[in-house]
Design a protein around this ligand. Sequence first.
Ligand code: BG6
Length: 530
Amino acid sequence: MSGGTVVSARASVQPQSTATRSRADPCTMVIFGALGDLSRRKLLPAIYQLMKEHLVDPGFSVLGVGRDDSQTDDTFRVEMRKALDASDDVHGVDTALWDELCKHLFFVSADLTNADDYALVGKRLAEIESGRAKEECNHLFYLAVPPSVFEPIVRNLSKSGLAPRSRTADERPWVRVVIEKPFGRSLESAQQLNDLVLGLFAEHQTYRIDHYLGKETVQNLLVLRFANSIFEPIWNRQWVSHVQITAAESVGVEDRGKYYEEAGVVRDMFQNHLLQLLSLTAMEPPPQMAANAVRDEKVKVLKSIRWLTPETIPQNAVRAQYTGGVVGGKPVRGYTEESDVAPNSSVPTYAALRLYIDNWRWNGVPFFLRSGKHLKERVSEIAVQFRTPPHLMFGETSGMMRPNTLVMRVQPNEGVSLNFEVKVPGAAVALTSNIEIAPVDMDFNYAEAFGEVSAPAYETLLLDVMIGEATLFTRSDEVEAAWRVVDPLNKYWEAHKPKRMPTYAAGSWGPREADELIEKDGVEWREPTT
Ligand code: BG6
């Protein structure tokens, strides 16, 4: 964007030390799908970090469950050690800490689609917890499994008696069930899954993960908006001209072609991550910082989003697919050349949308959302662009002034920057004519201000489950409200295959059609700051 001078903001207090963050209840975390990608790349590194920061109870254990019957506790530990060594979130594995963690890692082989095998899980749990007080035998079941087996697994888990329905949130010992995205693949299937899950477990013991909610800046959005008085008066249709929400990825579909062909960018990124960013940006202040109060307000926003219809979709939505190009200096192939992708696939890897929120605060303010694979950079941000001053009196330079923009950088370089215009110092000129004006960014960067304190999202979210804090998880009605927004779009696009799929070169910022979409409103996409 501006490329203006940067003025840094420093923290005036030291960050909260980890010692003051709550420590989790004692529990055993049972990972279904423990040898899978999610477990290796995200869950184990998060567990290691929590242990390093003394945030898990000394009696915390992990029971990995997978189909591979050649695995034992020992081989599982070797696999998990490899996962930690390969993780970007762990900077060098500490030997003493690893030795300690090792003592708490166990494995049992079971086919989770077979109800009988749950007895094996129960037996291992009893062995691990022998000698532990009953009220400390809390269980966290983490479903790190493909969505196709969610249904049999939740049924079997409930039937096995290992996860009884909880009556109250403060019941001890507790049982909590964590379900990964995607939660359904349409409104209808999400409703069915919700009916099934809520028929077996209570809402307060069900944690639907959207890992974007564990990111530091996403949480800071609430603090920025509601712990400061300067933003609220201008956070509305009177002062905001439009909002741009970007989640750009530099990676392609990698080895997930099979999943991606079923999902596409709207199910993969919009239904969850982008709509979460939108609802936190647009919601009303909740009466208190409590799970249901925050989620109530988010649901209201989702329900106020104007429905997309077959008549409005062509003017308000763009889809596209990446073709071969260069990303980060390396040549990459196009989407239809990726493995497990049909050569004539019309699944979008990029989408851009214009949405309106039909309520008092946001009436008439467009929210532009975009996300895509193999874009130029990995960057996610929310940019709130304010209206231009009502009267511009600086002669010729007036036309060059840019509107003020508040940017919340979700990743990388988490932070906040405010862009505004200043007078360029220099030779005296008559104040009445052609003052030289330039944009500057007032910048707050988490790492610079507080040191490296941003915990990876899964670390935050796992700790929250163990504490019983549900604010950063999506409630059943919230998931359905989000599906209601994207379902008409998916249905329309799937029924109206384009004659020629719009494309963008890998390594670019997206298709020309997306530029045209936003230009209709007289604005352009920001080049996100990384
Ligand atoms: C996941 C999607 O939910 O989010 C992936 O399934 C995507 O396709 C990922 O790459 C992006 O997450 P992050 O944290 O890297 O922005």
